[in-house]
Design a protein around this ligand. Structure first.
Ligand code: GTP
Ligand code: MG
Length: 166
Protein backbone atom coordinates (compact mmCIF):
# COMPACT_ATOMS: atom_id res chain seq x y z
CA UNK A 1 0.00 0.00 0.00
CA UNK A 2 1.21 3.52 -0.73
CA UNK A 3 1.86 5.94 2.11
CA UNK A 4 -1.63 7.34 1.71
CA UNK A 5 -3.57 4.08 1.56
CA UNK A 6 -5.45 3.00 4.65
CA UNK A 7 -7.11 -0.29 5.42
CA UNK A 8 -10.70 0.21 6.58
CA UNK A 9 -12.76 -2.76 7.79
CA UNK A 10 -16.55 -2.97 7.47
CA UNK A 11 -17.97 -4.86 10.46
CA UNK A 12 -21.51 -5.70 11.46
CA UNK A 13 -24.17 -8.35 11.76
CA UNK A 14 -25.55 -10.32 8.81
CA UNK A 15 -27.51 -8.38 6.24
CA UNK A 16 -27.10 -4.91 7.73
CA UNK A 17 -25.81 -3.56 4.42
CA UNK A 18 -22.00 -3.59 4.65
CA UNK A 19 -21.55 -4.77 1.07
CA UNK A 20 -24.30 -2.45 -0.10
CA UNK A 21 -22.63 0.58 1.50
CA UNK A 22 -19.35 -0.31 -0.22
CA UNK A 23 -21.13 -0.81 -3.56
CA UNK A 24 -22.88 2.54 -3.18
CA UNK A 25 -19.72 4.36 -2.14
CA UNK A 26 -17.27 2.80 -4.61
CA UNK A 27 -19.48 2.12 -7.66
CA UNK A 28 -22.59 4.23 -7.05
CA UNK A 29 -24.80 1.16 -7.40
CA UNK A 30 -27.48 -0.59 -5.31
CA UNK A 31 -29.13 -3.98 -5.62
CA UNK A 32 -31.99 -5.29 -3.50
CA UNK A 33 -30.75 -8.85 -3.92
CA UNK A 34 -29.06 -10.26 -0.85
CA UNK A 35 -25.83 -12.11 -1.60
CA UNK A 36 -24.14 -12.84 1.70
CA UNK A 37 -20.41 -12.17 1.82
CA UNK A 38 -18.24 -15.23 2.31
CA UNK A 39 -14.89 -14.41 3.87
CA UNK A 40 -13.91 -10.97 2.72
CA UNK A 41 -14.14 -8.75 -0.38
CA UNK A 42 -11.68 -5.92 -0.90
CA UNK A 43 -12.41 -2.70 -2.83
CA UNK A 44 -10.77 0.65 -2.85
CA UNK A 45 -11.60 4.26 -3.51
CA UNK A 46 -9.57 7.43 -3.62
CA UNK A 47 -10.85 10.38 -1.70
CA UNK A 48 -9.67 13.97 -2.04
CA UNK A 49 -9.94 16.08 1.08
CA UNK A 50 -9.82 19.85 0.65
CA UNK A 51 -6.24 21.11 1.03
CA UNK A 52 -4.71 17.67 1.57
CA UNK A 53 -3.15 14.85 -0.40
CA UNK A 54 -5.55 12.37 -1.91
CA UNK A 55 -5.86 9.25 0.16
CA UNK A 56 -6.99 5.76 -0.72
CA UNK A 57 -9.46 3.87 1.42
CA UNK A 58 -8.93 0.13 1.02
CA UNK A 59 -12.26 -1.26 2.15
CA UNK A 60 -12.33 -4.78 3.59
CA UNK A 61 -15.94 -5.92 3.53
CA UNK A 62 -15.99 -8.75 6.06
CA UNK A 63 -18.61 -11.51 6.35
CA UNK A 64 -21.34 -10.59 8.82
CA UNK A 65 -21.85 -11.90 12.32
CA UNK A 66 -22.77 -10.82 15.83
CA UNK A 67 -19.37 -11.78 17.28
CA UNK A 68 -15.85 -11.76 15.90
CA UNK A 69 -14.77 -15.26 14.91
CA UNK A 70 -11.18 -16.26 14.20
CA UNK A 71 -11.22 -15.51 10.44
CA UNK A 72 -12.83 -12.09 10.97
CA UNK A 73 -10.28 -11.26 13.65
CA UNK A 74 -7.46 -12.13 11.26
CA UNK A 75 -8.97 -9.84 8.57
CA UNK A 76 -8.74 -6.93 11.01
CA UNK A 77 -4.95 -7.02 11.22
CA UNK A 78 -3.32 -3.81 10.06
CA UNK A 79 -6.57 -1.87 9.80
CA UNK A 80 -6.49 1.85 10.50
CA UNK A 81 -10.23 2.31 10.74
CA UNK A 82 -13.47 0.45 11.33
CA UNK A 83 -16.88 1.21 9.94
CA UNK A 84 -19.34 -0.50 12.26
CA UNK A 85 -22.64 -1.04 10.49
CA UNK A 86 -26.05 -1.60 12.06
CA UNK A 87 -29.50 -1.90 10.48
CA UNK A 88 -31.80 0.77 11.93
CA UNK A 89 -34.79 -1.54 11.50
CA UNK A 90 -33.19 -4.20 13.74
CA UNK A 91 -32.22 -2.99 17.20
CA UNK A 92 -30.28 -6.23 17.87
CA UNK A 93 -27.91 -5.37 15.03
CA UNK A 94 -26.89 -2.26 16.97
CA UNK A 95 -25.93 -4.38 19.98
CA UNK A 96 -23.96 -6.59 17.60
CA UNK A 97 -22.10 -3.59 16.19
CA UNK A 98 -21.15 -2.42 19.68
CA UNK A 99 -20.05 -5.94 20.68
CA UNK A 100 -17.91 -6.17 17.54
CA UNK A 101 -16.37 -2.78 18.32
CA UNK A 102 -15.46 -3.91 21.84
CA UNK A 103 -14.03 -7.21 20.60
CA UNK A 104 -12.02 -5.56 17.84
CA UNK A 105 -10.32 -3.32 20.41
CA UNK A 106 -8.15 -6.31 21.44
CA UNK A 107 -6.67 -6.46 17.92
CA UNK A 108 -6.92 -2.77 17.06
CA UNK A 109 -6.70 -0.62 20.18
CA UNK A 110 -6.04 2.58 18.22
CA UNK A 111 -8.19 2.23 15.11
CA UNK A 112 -10.60 5.01 14.23
CA UNK A 113 -14.21 3.89 14.45
CA UNK A 114 -17.42 5.29 13.05
CA UNK A 115 -20.92 3.83 13.22
CA UNK A 116 -23.30 3.73 10.25
CA UNK A 117 -26.91 3.01 11.13
CA UNK A 118 -28.14 1.92 7.74
CA UNK A 119 -31.47 1.50 5.88
CA UNK A 120 -32.62 5.01 6.75
CA UNK A 121 -34.98 4.79 3.76
CA UNK A 122 -37.01 2.20 5.73
CA UNK A 123 -37.92 4.86 8.29
CA UNK A 124 -41.38 3.46 8.99
CA UNK A 125 -39.77 0.24 10.26
CA UNK A 126 -37.07 2.01 12.27
CA UNK A 127 -36.42 0.47 15.71
CA UNK A 128 -33.41 2.44 16.94
CA UNK A 129 -34.44 5.39 19.13
CA UNK A 130 -33.05 8.86 18.48
CA UNK A 131 -32.09 9.05 22.16
CA UNK A 132 -29.97 5.90 21.75
CA UNK A 133 -28.13 7.46 18.82
CA UNK A 134 -27.65 10.72 20.73
CA UNK A 135 -26.11 8.76 23.58
CA UNK A 136 -23.77 6.89 21.21
CA UNK A 137 -22.65 10.13 19.57
CA UNK A 138 -20.87 11.00 22.80
CA UNK A 139 -18.36 8.22 22.13
CA UNK A 140 -18.11 7.88 18.36
CA UNK A 141 -19.27 9.54 15.14
CA UNK A 142 -22.67 8.15 14.14
CA UNK A 143 -24.14 8.43 10.64
CA UNK A 144 -27.61 7.47 9.51
CA UNK A 145 -27.18 6.03 6.04
CA UNK A 146 -29.08 4.49 3.18
CA UNK A 147 -27.22 2.39 0.65
CA UNK A 148 -30.45 2.49 -1.38
CA UNK A 149 -30.76 6.29 -1.64
CA UNK A 150 -27.09 7.04 -0.95
CA UNK A 151 -28.04 9.33 1.94
CA UNK A 152 -25.24 9.80 4.47
CA UNK A 153 -22.91 7.35 2.73
CA UNK A 154 -20.29 9.80 1.41
CA UNK A 155 -20.44 11.68 4.71
CA UNK A 156 -19.61 8.55 6.70
CA UNK A 157 -16.58 7.63 4.58
CA UNK A 158 -15.43 11.26 4.39
CA UNK A 159 -15.41 11.36 8.19
CA UNK A 160 -13.21 8.25 8.22
CA UNK A 161 -10.85 9.90 5.74
CA UNK A 162 -10.76 13.16 7.69
CA UNK A 163 -9.87 11.36 10.89
CA UNK A 164 -7.21 9.29 9.13
CA UNK A 165 -5.64 12.42 7.65
CA UNK A 166 -5.49 14.35 10.92
P1 GTP B 1 -23.52 -10.07 4.98
O1 GTP B 1 -22.47 -10.04 3.91
O2 GTP B 1 -24.36 -11.30 4.95
O3 GTP B 1 -23.01 -9.81 6.35
O4 GTP B 1 -24.56 -8.87 4.67
P2 GTP B 1 -24.23 -7.33 4.40
O5 GTP B 1 -24.11 -6.59 5.69
O6 GTP B 1 -23.10 -7.19 3.45
O7 GTP B 1 -25.59 -6.83 3.73
P3 GTP B 1 -25.90 -6.58 2.19
O8 GTP B 1 -25.20 -5.35 1.73
O9 GTP B 1 -25.66 -7.82 1.45
O10 GTP B 1 -27.45 -6.22 2.24
C1 GTP B 1 -28.40 -7.12 2.79
C2 GTP B 1 -29.77 -6.79 2.23
O11 GTP B 1 -30.18 -5.52 2.70
C3 GTP B 1 -29.80 -6.73 0.70
O12 GTP B 1 -31.05 -7.26 0.26
C4 GTP B 1 -29.74 -5.25 0.40
O13 GTP B 1 -30.37 -4.89 -0.81
C5 GTP B 1 -30.48 -4.65 1.60
N1 GTP B 1 -30.01 -3.30 1.93
C6 GTP B 1 -28.74 -2.91 2.19
N2 GTP B 1 -28.69 -1.61 2.47
C7 GTP B 1 -29.94 -1.14 2.37
C8 GTP B 1 -30.54 0.15 2.56
O14 GTP B 1 -29.91 1.15 2.87
N3 GTP B 1 -31.90 0.22 2.38
C9 GTP B 1 -32.65 -0.87 2.05
N4 GTP B 1 -33.97 -0.68 1.89
N5 GTP B 1 -32.13 -2.09 1.88
C10 GTP B 1 -30.80 -2.22 2.05
MG1 MG C 1 -21.82 -8.57 2.70
Amino acid sequence: MSAHAYKVCMLGDFGVGKSSLVARYVRGTFSDRYLTTVGVTVDSKEIALPGRDTLTLVLWDIAGGSMLDAPSTSYLRGASALVLVADGTRETSLSSALTLLMQSRDTLPDAIAVLAVNKLDLGERWEVAATTLAELRRSLPVFETSALSGGGVDDAFAEVARRLAS
